[in-house]
Design a binder for this molecule. Sequence first.
Ligand code: HGY
Ligand code: MN
Ligand code: MN
Length: 405
Amino acid sequence: MNPINQRRLLDDLEALSHFGRGADGGITRRALSREDADARKYVMTRMRALGFDVKHDEVGNVRARRAGRKAGPVVMTGSHLDTVPSGGTLDGPLGVVGALAAIEMIGEVKTERPIEVVVFVGEEGSRFRRGTIGSAAISGHVSVSDILKLVDPDGVVYGDALATYGDEGSPIPAKLASEEVHAFVELHVEQGGVLETEKIAIGAVTAIAGLSQRQVSFLGEANHAGATPMDLRRDALAAAAAWILSIEKGARELGVVGTVGKLEVLPGGKNIIPGRVNAICDLRAPQAELLSAIDAFVVSSLHGIGDAREVEIEQSLLQRVEPGLMDERAISAVERAAAAAGLSCRRMTSGAIHDALHMAEICPSTMIFVPSRGGKSHCPDEDTAPEDLVNGCVTLAHTLIDLAG
Ligand code: HGY
Ligand code: MN
Ligand code: MN
């Protein structure tokens, strides 16, 4: 096996960071946008240069396969290239170009099983109403036809965005059956501070938290900010603020996490009492029962606050992704790989959602985490030391060899 080409890895990450980089240094690369297409094209060129047979599937995933000595169930790896608004350079891309670096490290070694590197489309859910779109199609969790009908906030239909910024040529089917996939492993930044704090090089992921996102509108009454007495107001933003604080309280009490990261205040004049507020809450929990508990709490507090403040409430579930367990066979392969590379390793759970969650529905899956500087992610400060990036790729290479035989 060859050593990991650190220079090439850093150059790939740097090249991808130019697609969608904003003035604040953050990366904004929405699914099936021009920037997303450019990033995908960069990666496909690198894949073809490495001898992969590069295809794309019905929902826009890139599917690059490297033949094994035998045909049969494939070992898959990969991640996503789309980002959150003003996100970091590593969340997603590390799992894509890190997989190419791992394949280059494997070099001439011909594994028994084929290896496929996937670029999952629309993991972040920043454009269409749900995330993990590409892996949901591969696992069959969501049908291709339902995905093609998704609509973004500007009214653009997924199928049309795919026709504009998808890849040319006829697609392969997206759905894979369990018997077609031997295992899946995704290299990803931890997006938290456990590995850095404990000075551990590699995380072997045992479970991924579930998520529930709700779209909520508070319908109060726009009125004059100066002439309207406090007891005659139906202030939509004050109601939303009370709700957001109740989410924070409920999440702390249940030991889960809850966030309102998206808020629209209308009409938005500084001297107008807000008449309407649109919000999206994001709830995460490691077990389905806990996720249901925080979701029920959030809905009930919503209606309590609406009644107390005479503000009407409209709310609907945007998406719910069940928490999932990773597979012992895949987890132990990561632990063996880290040991072979002489790297410290610990088992851990993921608070962030990943495509591995849907891949676990069809095959033994896990993830390889590397430390995030300051535990930061989903922001321009997202960073990981080059040595840690390389450690992740080395561990991935050994894991692929272990799983692909
Ligand atoms: O939101 C998440 O957990 C992931 O980054 N999409
Ligand atoms: Mn990610
Ligand atoms: Mn993310």
